[in-house]
Design a binder for this molecule. Structure first.
Ligand code: SF4
Length: 193
């Protein structure tokens, strides 16, 4: 583990621990993995931030939070429900990564009919059993006709572009929010590879 460069990563200061919640909707968890690339900077961050609901904690219920990080867009009804819950509980909501901002890769299906896609996959594809059907169980979230960006449904306070955003971009965003200033996400922090 390397020591953080104090000039590039000055110590954080905050009057109390902020509550942070994260979720992956129609995403691939790549944005969450990039967040973990903060590596040694996670230690000073954890001094100032307490995690609420997040795949990183496995907490399933959402309390009132200062910051909500949303990975992924909206591809089904459960995504919409979760997003609205985050909006209701989080003071500051951030669209993290291309999928949350514009639908990303899952939105490629928007050019096709979702019913036809399901029939092609579960009914017509070669190699399926004779009675294969499209799954239709109340436990399964209802697919939306189109994949939507999250700003189409709720107000978003900040966007963190990239696929995924770099760890440095996460750091800049979180330290800026804690310092009550606008994040400075210049070209150095933008990654689309
Ligand atoms: Fe995955 Fe990229 Fe979408 Fe993040 S933006 S969830 S890394 S595909």
């Amino acid at each position: 583990m390397t020591t953080p460069d104090p000039e590039r990563h000055p110590p954080l200061h905050a009057p109390r621990k902020l509550k942070l919640a994260t979720v992956s909707l129609a995403g691939c968890f790549g944005c969450h993995m990039s967040f973990l690339d903060l590596d040694e900077r996670l230690l000073p961050l954890f001094e100032l931030v307490a995690f609420d609901r997040s795949p990183l904690t496995d907490i399933k219920t959402l309390g009132h939070c200062d910051i909500g990080l949303i990975e992924g867009g909206l591809c089904n009804a459960e995504n919409v429900h979760l997003l609205r819950e985050f909006r209701a509980h989080c003071h500051t909501l951030v669209a993290v990564g291309a999928c949350a901002i514009n639908g990303g890769l899952p939105a490629l299906r928007n050019a096709m009919d979702v019913g036809q896609i399901l029939r092609d996959v579960y009914v017509h594809q070669t190699g399926l059993g004779a009675h294969s059907q499209v799954p239709n169980d109340p436990e399964l979230p209802l697919p939306l006709n189109r994949v939507h960006a999250i700003h189409e449904v709720v107000h978003v306070d900040h966007v963190l572009p990239g696929c995924p955003p770099s760890a440095d971009a996460f750091w800049e965003l979180l330290t800026a929010i804690m310092a009550h200033r606008a994040p400075e996400l210049g070209p150095r922090l933008m990654h689309y590879d």
